[in-house]
Design a protein around this ligand. Structure first.
Ligand code: SF4
Ligand code: SF4
Length: 474
């Protein structure tokens, strides 16, 4: 009897190696129903299967089963994905798409299956050598602040700069909010603005904020490297609101970047190192929650149980992930006192403030948080909360996607701004730095008279501290 052909007897070898590979069972969970197609922004735009969640899963499965090898088109279809995880929300089979995508990108990047470009190399270098180092992030912010000095800013907006600099540099500069001087970024600035009877203690290991009277709960605060340098006042307001709600808030100095951008870019080893550092920094079992005010960071912190599930930190990481919460969840659970100030429209102070809520993908799809922010806003005196159509559609920001894929990112942004224009709010609330930066740039370019704000800013205005009463941020 002749031997069977090798292709029949020998299963094809997976292209994935054994380090941190997408799980076969997870890949096979997809039942190909297609319910995710219309939820996917890239499929809605491009209308081709490989740019849908189902198509991308098919490509990952092909790699896993050894039927296909990485190629430029394959990498491009995976790179086109915004990582918004809208597909997970609608998937009846519970496919963990976000994790599978990150694991696949991790393999492609580590084994150099992606074509190297100067942009990719620069991005990787920045993620490895700048983002995880708090001091370096502050130096970059200092330099950018210098660049916001008007003669340099005018130069950056000139045709000359547009001709000489790569588009991502021009767009990145245009998106950067006015930066605070270094000392104004420090969380210690919260101390004089705490409610009566509350106080701050600074130790070598942490900043601790104690409420007036007995604390209702003990929470840790995750500062987030981007929030710390770009939106320090949001962090200040988040801590002040937690103290106002009766929380004892501890901010460990040993915490580091969440690793979200690393994980999305395929730098899984680096993301794991950062997760380990954070798990060690927040190791004390005496705390009820780890609170974050950045949706993208929070989603990654809540995934760190999976990142570290095969090592010695697995148990601590699982607990850390389990107690991580968005600011809105903790404020809603602990309860804020009744707000003393009534919010008014800046267009006509005799009218309430018209507020629309945009769901950041990594809050709505990544963490299932939708109700609490809306409930908190509805409770504010003088707030008229209006619906934004397709509030949980991605705005196109998606980490650094708006810099790497500006055309697709802007297509999503325009759709988002259409809905904003129809709802005509005074303020759009979004609790994610990327959404705020991206939507602010888009709204300014379109000439929309609307403010984009973090929920902590809007809540904080209803509980004014002396400086805020004088000059609300805009
Ligand atoms: S994460 Fe978003 S862009 Fe990517 S496949 Fe899912 S729905 Fe589409
Ligand atoms: S909705 Fe889920 S199961 Fe259905 S095709 Fe999409 S990923 Fe697969």
């Amino acid at each position: 009897m002749s031997a069977q052909p090798e292709s029949v007897t020998t299963p094809a070898r997976s292209w994935f190696d054994s380090e941190d590979a997408p799980g076969r069972r997870d890949l096979e969970t997809c039942i190909h129903c297609g319910l995710c197609l219309t939820a996917c922004p890239t499929y809605r735009e491009l209308k081709i299967e490989p740019d849908s969640p189902r198509g991308r899963l098919y490509l990952m499965r092909g790699l896993n089963e050894g039927r296909i090898a990485p190629s430029d088109p394959l990498v491009e279809h995976l790179d086109n994905c915004l990582g918004c995880r809208a597909c997970e929300t609608v998937c009846p089979a519970g496919v963990p798409y976000g994790r599978l995508l990150e694991e696949t990108r991790g393999q492609l990047d580590r084994r150099r299956a992606t074509r190297e470009t100067p942009m990719r190399a620069l991005g990787r270098w920045t993620l490895r050598h700048v983002v995880p180092r708090r001091e370096r992030m502050h130096v970059i912010a200092d330099l950018l602040r210098l660049g916001q000095w008007s003669p340099i800013a005018a130069l950056m907006r000139s045709d000359w700069a547009r001709r000489l600099l790569p588009p991502f540099a021009i767009q990145g500069f245009a998106m950067t909010p006015p930066l605070e001087p270094r000392d104004a970024r420090s969380l210690e600035r919260v101390a004089p603005r705490l409610p009566a009877g509350a106080r701050m203690e600074a130790t070598e290991a942490a900043l601790v904020f104690l409420p007036a009277g007995t604390a209702k709960t003990r929470v840790w605060f995750f500062t987030s490297c981007v929030m710390e340098v770009m939106f320090p006042r949001v962090n200040h307001e988040a801590v002040r609101l937690l103290v106002l709600a009766g929380c004892r808030v501890e901010v460990p100095r040993a915490q580091t970047c969440c690793g979200a951008l690393h994980a999305h870019a395929g730098l899984r080893r680096e993301a794991r190192v950062l997760a380990r550092t954070n798990v060690a920094a927040f190791a004390d079992a005496g705390y009820d929650f780890v609170v974050h005010d950045s949706a993208g960071c929070g989603a990654t912190l809540r995934e760190c149980g999976h990142l570290l599930d095969d090592g010695p930190d697995a148990e601590r990481a699982a607990r850390f992930a389990a107690i991580t919460r968005d600011l809105s969840q903790v404020l809603a659970a602990v309860g804020l006192p009744d707000a003393p100030a009534s919010l008014r429209s800046p267009r006509d102070p005799s009218r309430p403030l018209r507020v629309a809520y945009h769901d950041p993908c990594h809050l709505a799809h990544g963490q299932g948080v939708r109700a609490e922010p809306r409930a908190l806003l509805r409770r504010l005196p003088g707030a008229d909360v209006v619906d934004l159509a397709n509030a949980d559609w991605c705005c196109g920001s998606a980490g650094v996607y708006n810099l790497t894929h500006p055309v697709m990112a802007d297509a999503q942004l325009e759709k988002k701004l259409d809905t904003v224009e129809r709802a005509a709010p005074d303020v759009v609330v979004a609790s994610n730095p990327g959404c705020l930066l991206h939507m602010r740039r888009g709204a300014a370019a379109r000439g929309l008279d609307v403010r984009m704000a973090h929920i902590a800013e809007v809540l904080g205005e209803a509980y004014p501290a002396p400086e805020m009463a004088r000059a609300p941020a805009r």
